[in-house]
Design a protein around this ligand. Sequence first.
Ligand SMILES: [Fe+2]
Length: 253
Amino acid sequence: MLYALISDIHANLPALEAVLGEIASRDGIAATYHLGDLVGYAPWPDEVVRLLREKGIPGVAGNYDSTVATDYKHCGCRYEDARQEELSHLSFDWTRAKVSAETKAFLGTLPFRIDLRPSGGHVGGPVVILLHGNQTLNTVYVTEDRSDDFLTKMGEALGTRPGDVVCFGHTHIAWHRVVGGVDFVNTASVGRPKDGDPRAGYALVDVTKTGIHVEFVRVPYDVESAARGILRSTLPDEFAEFLRTGGGQPSRA
Ligand SMILES: [Fe+2]
């Protein structure tokens, strides 16, 4: 069973359209799911949510989704200096003011976690767990430098067994590691990459009889049209440069 997993779209409609087009051009993908953070940082939050709903793509709540939906005081993002903190608040306030009531209500309905059973559920078999952050909060960053012990505890808290797969986003950087027989997969970011590569990123996870296969895909898209959209909006201009450089400046979302 081959799944396309798209995360951290962050209101970047050109990136989402390119990724969905690339997914549609492939054979054999059984289903596409999103892993949250549909909004924030770019000027198309309503359009991104509408497109995902039109395509019938289910998914989980990212921190940006749940904090916008509940009028929380900030987006639950981490920042490393005063300017990042300021930008984070500007983006959050802009998004809260901009999203339609329908979008906001929809974001509030997203589940925290989705379990997939590619073998059907009537027999044992691998479980594919979809999250945004970790098992407790969608604001926790599960970065590649997390220890085996951290991931073992995460797997235990999620009720995993060897052969299962835990997929999440939030850090905007792809990685994949097997700990205790469980695959941990960070699917990267469609609309706000942070690894220095401006192309949109997503993951293909294939659950087969012989094991789990993970492929990270990069999709070129019209970054300049996304950048122009940001510059035309009242969002901070820095967000355009962030997309052009693939997160050249260290930041968190
Ligand atoms: Fe994010």
